[in-house]
Design a protein around this ligand. Structure first.
Ligand SMILES: Nc1ncnc2c1ncn2[C@@H]1O[C@H](COP(=O)(O)OP(=O)(O)OP(=O)(O)O)[C@@H](O)[C@H]1O
Ligand SMILES: [Mg+2]
Length: 352
């Protein structure tokens, strides 16, 4: 577990509180002449230290507490010396036992955290394994086409006389297919890149507005009426803003595609940001488009599922893995009035 070195004010305040508590107990231990082991309460200091200090910090605290118990035994002038010695030994043993146990507990927690991180990583890798097969297929298509067009180009050039114009067309096809292949690779890269998530507190409504700014010109050109419904007083969300922007953009682009072929006066897009009953932040993008084709609802979040001639089928797969990396979920429904709604629910503060 990552513990930041003595940096923040809270850390110093806690440390000050611990010292005060340890000294208070030692003072009480020294001043009272009752035959009870007041020094044993130093274990509370050790337990509190284990909650926020590193292994070394806990060890130093335990040694400090043991030192205070010894000092207060030596400094106590009143009462029974023998009982005092027994109390002192009991306190020392308790401190050592509690320190050792809390350090072991901490080590076990660290091992569990590491194992969980490895599991998540393994899960990701197996998903990537499945993806690799589809990627190979997807990239293979343009590569086969490139080889065919390259051959054709060669043939047109070796004709007598050389058919330069047709050769140029074949070369153009080579270039187009190469772009297609590299576009697939670029999108797949963004899937893999998610290992490095940079989360920060953000306001999802503001993030939606930023993305809308990107596409405003496109929306106006396509004569789409956009309604944005933002719930007031939304709590901030711990998330990677650039990744959420990608999700919102993918949903908007899909909605725009679905609106193609719909009469301009019926092109409507509703974007909602609110909070659901469980407190999670809910984003919804609803369109009045052509709706989901049969089977799309089950498959649309799978990589390379597309019903579009120019589509890659990666937009929603990418969005789903981003939303899931934020501890949330994404789903789609056909709207009763026609069109599609795609929704994401994101917990405010996902567990790491
Ligand atoms: N708003 C929507 N309305 C109707 N169908 C949709 C909608 N959003 C997604 N779909 C269906 O889900 C499929 C997958 O969407 P996805 O965004 O993953 O890929 P794509 O849009 O086809 O390609 P791209 O990789 O360029 O995003 C789409 O091809 C479409 O059939
Ligand atoms: Mg898409």
């Amino acid at each position: 577990m990552d513990r930041r070195p003595f940096a923040t004010t809270t850390h110093w305040l806690r440390l000050g509180g611990l010292c005060a508590l340890a000294l208070g107990i030692a003072l009480l231990d020294t001043l009272t002449d009752r035959e009870i082991a007041i020094g044993v309460f130093q274990v509370v200091v050790v337990l509190l230290a284990a909650g926020f200090l590193s292994t070394r910090g806990v060890t130093v605290t335990a040694l400090g507490c043991a030192g205070l118990v010894l000092c207060s035994y030596l400094a106590t002038r009143t009462g029974d010396r023998e009982a005092g010695l027994v109390n002192c030994i009991i306190s020392l043993l308790a401190i050592v036992a509690v320190a050792a146990l809390s350090l072991r507990l901490e080590a076990a927690k660290r091992a569990a955290d590491a194992a969980r991180a490895r599991l998540v990583q393994a899960g990701r890798l197996s998903q990537l394994g499945e993806l690799a097969a589809s990627i190979a297929h997807e990239v293979n298509q343009p590569l086969t086409a490139i080889a065919a067009s390259g051959n054709a180009c060669q043939r047109w050039l070796s004709n007598q006389p050389p058919q330069v114009e047709r050769a140029v067309q074949a070369a153009q096809r080579v270039i187009d297919d190469a772009h297609r292949a590299s576009a697939v690779i670029a999108r797949v890269r963004s899937l893999v890149r998610q290992a490095q998530v940079a989360k920060d507190w953000l306001n999802l409504a503001a993030t939606v507005e930023k993305v809308l700014d990107f596409v405003r010109a496109e929306l106006a050109e396509r004569q789409v009426a956009v309604e944005v419904r933002l719930q007031e007083g939304l709590p901030p969300l711990l998330a990677d803003e650039s990744q959420l922007q990608q999700v919102i953009l993918n949903l908007l682009l899909n909605a725009l595609d679905a609106l193609e072929g719909v009469a301009p006066e019926q092109r409507r897009l509703v974007i909602q940001v609110g909070q659901d009953t469980a407190g999670a932040i809910r984003l919804g993008v609803e369109d009045s488009g052509r709706g989901l084709t049969p089977g799309a609802r089950e498959q649309m979040f799978e990589a390379f599922y597309t019903t579009k001639a120019q589509g890659m089928g990666l937009g929603l797969a990418l969005s789903r893995s981003i939303v899931e990396a934020h501890g949330g979920r994404i789903w789609a429904t056909s709207l009763p009035e026609g069109g599609t709604g795609v929704y994401c629910s994101l917990p405010k503060d996902p567990q790491p």
